[in-house]
Design a protein around this ligand. Structure first.
Ligand code: ATP
Ligand code: LTN
Length: 331
């Protein structure tokens, strides 16, 4: 049986090199031998305040970027989460399956709630909606970065609990993480992951950054104390992060890079790294601009919503029946 793949990215900011190297790159690679669904998870984005006009722009930006990095609508279904109401509906039902204690243990919630006077209930129940996204499509594989591993484990627990309580309904999905790139770190602090909603724009490279911005950001990236260039994520986290980014954008091995820069300083490494990133991102940016102007993404999302809704509704019919809910619309 061919695999079902589902994943999503929040339109909560400009997409970063972390999102690309940890997640998007996998989306593209996995679309060929699976039935894949890639979603713009706007309902997740509103768990923190979003400006409505900006949110709409970011949804279109992300959809155009999906196409620009090589997602092919003939192979993958690309759609916006809020266009398929089954996500909210199953999200609610799964909120009635997941436990408060389980949600309280989620590190993403703890990190996002830290230091805030108030947080929304949606930020807390976020993993139930994420589980709904995945389980609606009877997904077998979920490509994500390392930070989502805990949410995926909870999704599996929710699916198994539901199946044992109500009878076999959901496929229990597997997490798919890349060996290299699953956790790209911030340029200003190698102890934190690169994130699109970090208030410091110097902490991240955005996929749509200009070549000059990329050069400046890489140039200012923090480095470790001695001058030696070696791969040692524990002892030299900043330089190791730069080596991972370099290796993935230039398609070279880390060992090869370490040999190439032996005896050279951080300056030489950073200069060449910036050029490798620029060379990798320039063709993506060109495609992105062309797609954004053509309005093509809107047609893709319209068709994607129809395809996704059909699959999701089939699952919802079964879920309602299993749980003992309503069903009169169809009787
Ligand atoms: P936010 O800062 O708004 O929470 P984010 O940048 O963490 O956003 P998400 O939309 O939450 O991005 O994540 C989209 C995908 O990118 C997920 O699969 C996530 O695991 C992956 N991802 C996010 N940050 C990184 C990173 N630094 N390295 C590798 N993968 C990442
Ligand atoms: N929680 C994820 C985004 C997300 C997702 C999903 C990822 C929402 N629904 C379903 C994979 C599958 C995040 O914050 N990166």
């Amino acid at each position: 049986m061919s695999h079902r793949v589902f994943s999503g990215i929040q339109p909560s900011g400009q997409i970063t090199l972390g999102n690309y190297l940890g997640a998007l790159r996998q989306f593209v690679a996995m679309q060929h031998d699976a039935k894949a669904f890639y979603c713009v998870v706007d309902l997740h984005a509103i768990t923190v305040a979003q400006d409505p006009a900006l949110l709409r722009e970011r949804i279109m930006d992300l959809a155009a970027l999906y196409l620009a990095v090589g997602l092919d609508p003939r192979e993958s279904t690309l759609f916006v989460q809020s266009d398929v109401s089954a996500h909210s509906e199953l999200g609610w039902i799964l909120q009635c399956v997941v436990h408060m204690g389980e949600l309280s243990r989620m590190t993403q919630f703890k990190e996002k709630a830290e230091g805030k006077d108030t947080v929304t209930a949606g930020l807390f129940t976020y993993p139930a909606l994420m589980a709904a996204d995945i389980l609606l499509y009877r997904t077998s594989r979920v490509p994500v970065g390392e930070d989502q591993k805990q949410h995926l484990e909870l999704t599996r627990d929710i699916a198994m609990r539901f199946n044992s309580r109500f009878g076999e309904t959901f496929v229990v999905p597997e997490v798919m993480m890349l060996k290299e790139g699953a956790r790209i770190m911030s340029l200003d602090d190698p102890a934190r992951k690169m994130s699109k909603s970090n208030p410091n724009p110097q902490s991240r490279i955005e996929i749509l950054d200009s070549p000059d911005d990329i050069r400046k950001k890489v140039g200012r990236a923090v480095t470790d104390s001695d001058r030696e260039i070696r791969y040692d994520p524990q002892g030299k986290p900043a330089v190791s992060n730069l080596l991972v980014i370099y290796s993935l954008t230039a398609d070279m091995t880390i060992d090869g890079l370490v040999a190439q820069y032996e005896g050279k300083g951080y300056g030489a490494l950073k200069k060449d790294l910036a050029e490798a990133i620029v060379a990798h991102l320039t063709p993506i940016q060109e495609k992105y601009r062309e797609i954004r102007q053509s309005g093509r993404a809107e047609d893709v999302l319209r068709q994607g919503a129809i395809t996704a809704a059909q699959v999701a509704e089939e699952t919802m019919d079964l879920v309602r029946e299993r749980v003992g809910l309503g069903g009169f619309r169809r009787r």
